[in-house]
Write a protein that binds this ligand. Structure first.
Ligand code: FES
Length: 375
């Protein structure tokens, strides 16, 4: 590893793309991985050993819905054994009390539960899953009864944004130590549903005021994270903490990505843990090297005093909006395409919301998902 390259802090393992929910802002790719392509238990165990050897400290078990993997407790137990801090990112609808107890026993450190809303009807509409909210509330209570720390997260969009303060209050009532309110990030399924999700700028301002008031009111009770929408921002965010600087994602079939949407960038090849050691992929794979550091930046970014703060923003957003992954992130007010981003947002938000394109597997995949059993 070169002297100025540190090991990643954390890895997000997408154990599966199977999921009982169909949220229209899912960050998974439009082409979902089938169950038969997923890494086996033995492969994930080896990958976690390689993660620990590389110096990674945290593992996030994600998906899809990671709990549809029957080997989840074995994976958690292995993470615990080799000293990785483990976080389960879950929809909460498939886990019952015995399985939560099993995960706690295996050494799970933390649970992150997504909610769609406080309103039961809208939550069911967003997830395309009747009764989803009741299941999530029951799950959150079981997590707390098991003595596990809990974070609640919600993706803000035009259908739930007016209830941001009530979602924060719900997180407090459920005993969460942290709540993350993040506006939808427009990649994957969310960009397909941009018009159906985009709030107006006044709605965003109002939500921001509510979050600030809640932070004041709930100081010392809960930590509130708030992620502003890029489409109304003037400065780009340091996406993933900078490309290839702090995090990596591993897809269900073992491809190692610098971010969850990297596969949308044409011409990029991603190495797989099936064929190469993780350390080699992190330190020298062309995909990680492509946008690492500042040398790749266009002049506008390379000469900017924020270049080692935002690390050039988001490559996938530059691709999605400007058509060039190496362009200045249009969320930056200095980008010549900044006005395009804002016009896209204003245009989408000013129209009546179209129907959602729900995150769906093909019929063949769906049958496999419902079987919900794998190694
Ligand atoms: Fe890929 Fe931001 S999501 S760089």
């Amino acid at each position: 590893m070169s002297a100025d390259l540190s090991p990643p802090l954390a890895a997000l393992l997408e154990l599966t793309h199977r999921c009982p929910l169909q949220c229209p802002y899912c960050s998974n790719p439009l082409e979902l991985e089938r169950a038969k392509g997923e890494l086996s238990t033995a492969e994930w165990l080896r990958v976690m050993d390689e993660m620990a050897d590389l110096g990674i400290l945290q593992v996030h078990f994600s998906g899809g819905e990671p709990a549809v993997r029957r080997d989840l407790a074995d994976l958690v137990a292995h993470a615990h054994k080799i000293g990785l801090y483990s976080n389960l990112i879950t929809s909460g609808v498939t886990l019952d009390q015995p399985r939560i107890a099993q995960l706690k026993e295996a050494g799970l450190d933390h649970v992150q539960l997504s909610i769609q809303d406080v309103d039961h009807q809208t939550a069911a509409f967003i997830a395309n899953y009747p009764g989803v909210q009741g299941k999530k509330l029951a799950f959150a209570r079981m997590v707390k009864e098991a003595g596990l720390p809990l974070t609640i997260n919600a993706v803000l969009n035009r259908h739930n944004i007016t209830r941001v303060e009530r979602m924060i209050d719900l997180a407090v009532a459920l005993g969460a130590g942290r709540v993350e309110m993040a506006h939808a990030q427009y990649y994957g399924w969310a960009i397909k549903n941009r018009a159906a999700l985009m709030p107006t700028l006044p709605q965003v301002h109002e939500a921001t005021r509510h979050v600030e008031a809640a932070r004041e009111r709930l100081r010392g009770q809960i930590v509130i994270d708030y992620v502003l929408p890029d489409y109304y921002a003037r400065q780009p965010k340091a996406c993933m903490g900078g490309w290839g600087r702090q995090f990596l994602n591993i897809t269900p079939s073992g491809e190692v990505l610098p971010c969850h949407a990297a596969q949308t960038i044409p011409g990029m090849m991603f190495d797989s843990v099936r064929h190469k050691p993780l350390a080699e992929i992190w330190t020298s794979s062309p995909a990680f090297e492509r946008f690492r550091g500042t040398d790749w930046m266009p002049d506008l970014c390379r000469t900017c005093d924020q270049k080692e703060v935002d690390w050039g923003g988001c490559r996938c957003q530059a691709l999605a909006v400007v058509g060039d992954a190496a362009a200045t992130d249009p969320a930056c007010a200095l980008s010549p395409k900044h006005a395009v981003l804002r016009a896209l947002a204003d245009d989408a938000a000013s129209q009546p919301a179209p129907d959602f394109v729900y995150r769906r597997m093909t019929p063949q995949d769906k049958k496999t998902a419902l079987a919900a059993t794998t190694s």
